[in-house]
Design a protein around this ligand. Structure first.
Ligand code: FPP
Length: 245
């Protein structure tokens, strides 16, 4: 797959990735899971760079789910340290490449040191406009939807919004992803074919792309392949084939 095969006029506006397989990648090599996550970090860097080069506007990465809190404490601590280290290392590069950094998820559950640093990176990149890189951290889609219901109910109760005015756009405006368009292309690595509580509302019309590659092995070529697959699909949004032609 080459860059030349990509139609620059028909790029997905929003690519979301379930980065899966770090642990299995390491195990296959007889290494510790931590090494898989270290290699996963390098893959993150490659894919962010590729998206920026391609001029994709939005990239969202599932870095830590609400369910991931159930992992052994040593692994959680390692992932948190890796995240902090990556943010510190990459802040300059984000600005150099005009990348805006965002997060979705419940940051209150993260160690204070990390949530503070996340806020700092968001603040210092907020005026960048080439690519919005959103990390899903302590994120779960169902809990996001529960929060939306709570917030909107509270507004109804306090007469800030009337029941009749609640529509899809009101819900969109209360999701963590309110800064993003719907997902066009969802990629999951490692051969699993599940959504795992990721962006359930936002992927209503997304094209799904599954690959057996483990996340640490996922590179530019694999991203191109996913985009070319996306570009060869007919997105009908419920209409007939004739209507969309
Ligand atoms: C899935 O592999 C990956 C994660 C739970 C964490 C994602 C973290 C990274 C890609 C590394 C660093 C990222 C940033 C943003 C600095 P897994 O552990 O579930 O693999 P397995 O299913 O094979 O066990």
């Amino acid at each position: 797959m080459s860059l030349l095969e990509i139609d620059k006029e028909n790029l997905p506006r929003h690519v979301a990735v379930i980065m899966d397989g770090n642990g299995r990648w390491a195990k296959k090599k007889g290494q510790r899971r931590e090494n898989g996550h270290r290699a996963g970090r390098k893959a993150v860097k490659r894919i962010v760079e590729s998206c920026a080069e391609l001029k994709i506007k939005n990239l969202t990465l599932y870095a830590f789910s609400t369910e991931n809190w159930n992992r052994p404490k040593v692994e959680i601590d390692f992932l948190m340290q890796l995240l902090l280290l990556s943010l510190k290392d990459e802040l300059k590069n984000l600005n150099k490449n005009n990348i805006k950094f965002e997060t979705i998820g419940n940051l209150d559950r993260l160690p204070k040191k990390i949530s503070n640093y996340l806020l700092k990176v968001k603040e210092q990149t907020k005026n960048n406009s080439a690519l919005t890189l959103t990390l899903a951290l302590s994120y779960g889609s169902r809990s996001e939807i529960v929060n939306v219901v709570r917030e909107i109910s509270d507004k109804v109760k306090n007469n800030i919004i009337s029941l009749k005015k609640i529509d899809e756009s009101v819900i969109n405006d209360h999701l963590y992803t309110r800064h993003l368009p719907d997902v066009d292309l969802l990629i999951r690595t490692s051969g699993e074919k599940r959504i795992s509580n990721f962006l359930l509302w936002q992927i209503a019309y997304a094209e799904l792309y599954f690959t057996k590659k483990m996340w640490p092995d996922f590179g530019k070529e694999d991203l191109y392949k996913a985009i070319i697959s996306y570009q060869n699909r007919e997105r009908r949004f419920g209409k007939t084939s004739e209507q969309v032609k």
